[in-house]
Ligand binder design. Structure first.
Ligand code: FDA
Length: 308
């Protein structure tokens, strides 16, 4: 399986396939397995439906690694429109943003300016900005930026970040974030990382995930445990109940289109669940990472392909 994972992660960087996939009708239909639609309206409709099922949402306007300032500005504007729409429609939703979509690789200062404006806007609207974590070349810069912004009164509390359990450094990062009062989403990690920075074995990633989720659960802040892994979920539930941590003190987070049965089960059991809802035309790298996580998804897609 690690070979297939590497294969799909490598494909996620393939520009030719990306251009073909994102421009073809067939590609757009296949992507609907994990993507809410191409327009803001599609995302808002899905958010409303997910809210009706008793779950919160985080909205991701797809896009990463933009190459011009204009593209970064356009991406930031979509998020501003989302924050307004969330407030107008009284949705239980916030936004998830990637720094490379805000122009991080062009100019970190440019990206920070866009993110600061978004977080200020979110704070005014009573919402929240989660900064997704990308590959390990960006970990330190992402954490530094989130710390700087969180320290500003106009942003304080309206920004949080993601920590990946596969990185060796993550325990130290979590301890520092907790000291700073910053909310964390914990995930396993979706990128291809070398053994110098990340646990190569899944068993070690899982063990670290459990360790780190206990640190988060024990903190007084509200954190998100992002996983579809029933063993991770069982470990979190058990730690919480042993330590008198009620279900209202944290949330589980899952991806749109993945383990809907488990999402609904957790809601029935009284846990908070937030669904990560991506939308937009730039779906290709996101989609390929989902195939990398579970190559069996390819079979599902193949079956649908022959129905077209
Ligand atoms: P694992 O991969 O071990 O899967 C456990 C089980 O879950 C599988 O056996 C299968 O049943 C199910 N499953 C998992 N993925 C599936 C899929 N794609 N399709 C169908 N079934 C699947 N990563 C990152 O690097 N930076 C980030 O910012 C984020 N943000 C983020 C937000 C949210 C809300 C989630 C849920 C995940 C992320 N991730 C992420 C992705 C994360 O790092 C990880 O790659 C996936 O969640 C898969 O890991 P699991 O914890 O689900 O376990």
């Amino acid at each position: 399986m690690p070979i297939l994972r590497s294969f799909f992660i490598a494909l996620s960087h393939n520009r030719l396939l990306r251009r073909f996939g994102e421009r073809s009708r067939m590609g757009n239909r296949l992507s609907s397995r994990f993507v809410a639609g191409m327009e803001i309206g599609d995302a808002l409709r899905v958010a409303e439906a997910v809210n009706k099922q008793g779950m919160a949402v985080t909205l991701d306007s797809l896009g990463e690694s933009v190459t011009t300032e204009t593209e970064a500005l356009a991406a930031a504007m979509v998020y501003h429109r989302l924050l307004d729409a969330i407030a107008e429609r009284k949705l239980n939703a916030h936004i998830s943003v990637k720094l490379t979509q805000m122009g991080m690789s062009l100019s970190p200062a440019l990206a920070e300016g866009f993110v600061e404006n978004l977080a200020r806007h979110a704070k005014v609207k009573g919402s929240f900005v989660r900064i997704d974590m990308e590959d390990s070349s960006l970990t330190q810069a992402t954490l530094d930026m989130v710390r700087r912004l969180h320290a500003k009164p106009e942003v304080h509390g309206a920004i949080g970040v993601v920590i990946q359990a596969y990185l060796y450094r993550s325990q130290t990062d979590i301890e520092q974030l907790l000291d700073g009062g910053i909310r964390v989403r914990l995930c396993k990690g979706a990128y291809k990382e070398p053994a110098e920075v990340a646990f190569p074995r899944k068993a070690d990633v899982d063990a670290n995930y459990v360790r780190l989720s206990c640190l988060l659960l024990a903190s007084p802040l509200f954190h998100g445990l992002a996983t579809h892994d029933e063993a991770m979920i069982a470990a979190a539930k058990s730690f919480a109940s042993q330590h008198g941590i009620g279900p209202s003190r944290f949330e589980f987070q899952m991806l749109f289109g993945v383990r809907r049965d488990l999402q609904r089960k957790l809601v029935r059991e009284g846990y908070n669940v937030r669904v990560y809802v991506p939308f937009g035309n730039d779906w290709y790298p996101y989609f390929m990472r989902r195939l990398a996580e579970r190559p069996a998804n390819v079979l599902f897609l193949a079956k649908n392909f022959f129905r077209f």
